[in-house]
Design a protein around this ligand. Structure first.
Ligand code: GTP
Ligand code: MG
Length: 357
């Protein structure tokens, strides 16, 4: 058979295989129900300390990029401005309360840079592996970036969700999803995929939601949160009607191109990925590698190996955890993935299995 025909068949096979690969890894409805029950229970308990407190989910449990058994990210928001609770104290109080009133394994970390409570729920029939849960305090920006990610997913769920979910699984299996070990957070990986779909693909698969003007004028106050501009176009109904991408590439083609772009084209040494603004230079952001800060030199250098600008906290490098070795490993994985997907043109399902081995 002609190589072109074989290749086209492989691509369509790859897209089908990606959907089938991701489907059984999605959370079960039972898992979602238990998580929601746990959230409600904890919220009720926290309200006995501070009645104006609410407990909200963020991260992958509600940005539509959640996988089965993924952790639960929760945040306490205190609506009463006169509550006068300091985060460390509040974390300690909630920790003590949960220890007394529940049988979760509770670990309050009131002295951490960002005070949180860590919980572990034991395994049960609905949660065969238990669940890890972090509860933070007043992290309102995380709620906004979760909404931004969810809105992007909603525009083109078949392609966007499939790509992100597959790449999260791939990154976990290939061990490049460990911020504590010098590689990337899931949030960082998700931002890379969205950046690729908004700024690299021509024509783009997704619009830049932070650059679409609001339909009605909005005040400075509505736009700002903790002195950050958190505006983005979030009218999903209108986006569905008004935005139709003229990029018709299949999810398989996009995946191959994603790996190829980050293997060969992206300039890791000099460039910053900004979902908000497109490609930026490290120099323009002051995120250069060779800041001379004496004994701290190595650390400063490592903070900006890979640069991914947070969509709202634009002075913050989401990939600051990536070390020199970590970046070497990540780039090696992009190259390995490109090789696997461009060299073997027999069965896509086998290529995916090898990719995630
Ligand atoms: P999994 O837990 O692996 O399924 O992915 P996740 O989407 O929940 O990502 P992760 O646990 O890495 O982060 C949870 C949420 O915390 C993200 O969706 C963000 O809202 C927020 N977050 C995580 N890391 C950062 C960071 O470095 N900067 C900021 N501003 N927010 C972050
Ligand atoms: Mg999470």
């Amino acid at each position: 058979m002609h190589p072109g025909v074989l290749h086209r068949r492989f691509l369509s096979d790859l897209s089908t295989s990606l959907f089938s690969f991701v489907l059984p890894l999605l959370p079960t409805s039972e898992e979602l129900t238990i998580k929601e029950e746990v959230r409600t229970l904890i919220e009720k308990l926290i309200k006995t300390i501070e009645p104006s407190a609410r407990l909200l989910s963020f991260g992958s449990s509600c940005n539509s990029f959640g996988l089965r058994n993924s952790d639960m990210d929760l945040v306490v928001l205190i609506d009463d401005p006169d509550a006068g609770l300091d985060s460390s104290m509040f974390v300690q109080m909630i920790g003590d309360l949960l220890e007394r009133e529940t049988n979760f394994d509770v670990k309050p970390l009131p002295k951490a840079r960002i005070p949180i409570i860590k919980l572990n729920l034991a395994a049960s029939p609905g949660l065969p592996f238990g669940i890890a849960c972090d509860i933070g305090i007043e992290n309102r920006l995380a709620i906004e970036n979760t909404r931004l990610l969810l809105t992007y997913a909603t525009i083109d769920p078949a392609r966007v969700r499939t790509l992100v979910l597959f790449l999260k699984v791939w990154a976990k299996r290939r061990r490049i999803n460990s911020p504590y070990r010098g590689t990337l957070s899931s949030y960082g990986i998700t931002l890379m995929v969205l950046y690729f779909l908004v700024h690299v693909k021509q024509p783009p698969v997704l619009p830049n939601l932070q650059r679409i003007a609001p339909v009605r004028p909005i005040t400075e106050e509505e736009m700002m949160l903790e002195s950050r501009n958190v505006y983005f176009f979030d009218d999903v109904e209108m986006l569905r009607q008004e935005w139709s991408s003229v990029n018709f590439e299949s999810v398989g083609e996009l995946l191959i191109d994603f790996f190829r772009y980050f293997s060969h084209d992206f300039q890791f040494n000099t460039m910053v990925l900004s979902l908000r603004a497109g490609p930026l230079t490290k120099e323009s952001k002051g995120w250069t590698n060779d800041i001379d800060v004496g004994g701290l030199n190595e650390m400063a250098r490592d903070r900006n190996r890979l640069c991914i600008e947070d969509p709202f906290e634009i002075t913050y490098n989401v990939a600051r955890t990536v070390t020199k070795d970590g970046l070497y490993t990540i780039r090696g994985e992009f190259m390995r993935a490109t090789r696997i997907l461009t060299q073997r043109h027999d069965r896509a399902v086998l290529a995916l299995a090898e990719l995630c081995r």
